[in-house]
Design a protein around this ligand. Structure first.
Ligand code: NAD
Length: 365
């Protein structure tokens, strides 16, 4: 059996602790993995003087799969977000965020099992912004006033939203392929095409065209504001959602809230050239760093997504079942999963991993 080579990025804050817990749980599935440990972000600046050392980028390019701890974004001038920069570097255009209720996790809604597919590159997130008082903004304003016959106030800053056919087609294709490969019944396109007729209208049209290639998967669309209300009232009606970048960002956190919060929500960023980076949705929770305290469940669930991504489906399923079993019993869980956050019986990050590993070993025995 040849080992899978995977780039392991510990991140910073509580990242190294949850990454170590997840690495151990993944190894307990029995899948052979050779970890290629690399630093990105704050720890890389301290060591190499740059948040993106070329060795780390080369490693991701070579191995094509990464498991990443959270990265603190406040890096000073020149870097808005290492996470956004990483997405751009590898054209990680698809952000996959499953949101599922697990018994034992307190969640406001009953049975939720949604998959959010968010376009990760375009839209208002592309960073095309013009600051107030700049020459660039003056040129943009004059051009828009000329071609758009619309007056923009002089005290306004401007962001540009763009949505392309190519970007919409590949995210739609990703959503339908994901639905097909994972036995999902329906894809819902989420948009605001009634108001943004050109950008969101294009997105809706293209997703609809792609849907025609998947006659076995139901297709429908919803306007984003209505979608938010419906997700709170009747999430069981929905299955896979595909959204442009900004709506995807907001709706996926809403979906995470429906199933118990960011502490239990995994994510994956998947690119055109086969590169995929798996992570928790939450950040580096720096106030708990080094305390063996936070919940590694979200990153472990991302680990299960990663195992399936590299073709190790049974191992991915086993890992998810083991996490679910530990959480359902509710004994060896971190403080955030206890009814009372001050419960002295809460275990630490590494003991949660021990419980998951024991569960995996019990099933194997
Ligand atoms: P955060 O998610 O780090 O923490 C918010 C709160 O959520 C924490 O105080 C904690 O109470 C709770 N929490 C988060 N993860 C938890 C876990 N695993 N177990 C238990 N409780 C948990 O959000 P923040 O404080 O806004 O961000 C901290 C840093 O992380 C910022 O620099 C932010 O930009 C960055 N960030 C990185 C990523 C990423 O790497 N993908 C994502 C989001 C935020």
């Amino acid at each position: 059996m040849t080992a899978h080579r995977i780039t392991l990025i510990p991140g910073d804050g509580t990242g190294p602790e949850i990454v170590e817990a997840t690495r151990r749980a993944i190894e307990a599935t029995g899948v052979a993995i050779e970890w290629d440990r690399q630093e990105i972000g704050v720890p890389a600046i301290a060591k190499y003087g740059t948040p993106f050392p070329s060795a780390a980028l080369e490693s991701i390019r070579r191995n094509k799969v990464g498991l990443k701890g959270p990265l603190t974004t406040e890096l000073g001038k020149g870097f808005r977000s290492v996470n956004v920069a990483l997405r751009k570097e590898f054209d990680l255009y698809a952000n996959l965020r499953p949101a599922k209720t697990y018994p034992g996790v307190r969640a406001p809604m009953g049975n939720v099992d949604l998959v959010i597919v968010r376009e990760n590159i375009e839209d208002l997130y592309a960073g095309i912004e013009f600051d107030i008082g700049t020459d660039e903004l003056r040129t943009v304003r004059e051009t828009i006033e000329h071609v758009g016959k619309t007056k923009i106030r002089e005290d306004a800053a401007v962001s540009i939203k763009y949505i392309s056919e190519m970007g919409s087609r590949r995210i739609a294709r990703f959503a339908f392929e994901y639905a097909k490969a994972n036995g999902r019944r329906k894809v819902t396109a989420v948009h605001k095409a009634n108001v943004m007729k050109f950008t969101d209208g294009l997105f809706l049209r293209v997703v609809g065209e792609v849907a025609q290639d998947y006659p076995d998967i139901e297709f429908e669309d919803r306007i984003v504001d209505n979608m938010c209300m419906q997700l709170v009232q009747k999430p069981e009606l929905y299955d896979v959602l595909v959204l442009p970048n900004l709506y995807g960002d907001i709706v996926s956190d809403l979906a995470a809230g429906l199933v118990g919060g960011l502490g239990v929500a995994p994510g994956a960023n998947i690119g055109a050239n086969g590169v995929a980076v798996f992570e928790a949705i939450h950040g580096s929770a720096p106030k708990y760093a080094g305390q063996n305290k936070v919940n590694p469940m979200a990153l472990m669930l991302a680990g299960a997504l990663m195992l399936r991504h590299i073709g190790e489906y049974p191992a991915g399923d086993r890992l998810e079942r083991a996490i679910a079993a530990v959480v359902a019993v509710g004994k060896d869980v971190t403080f955030d999963l206890k009814p009372d956050r001050d419960d002295p019986t809460a275990v630490g990050t590494s003991e949660f991993a021990d419980a998951v590993i024991a569960e995996l070993e019990a099933v194997r025995a």
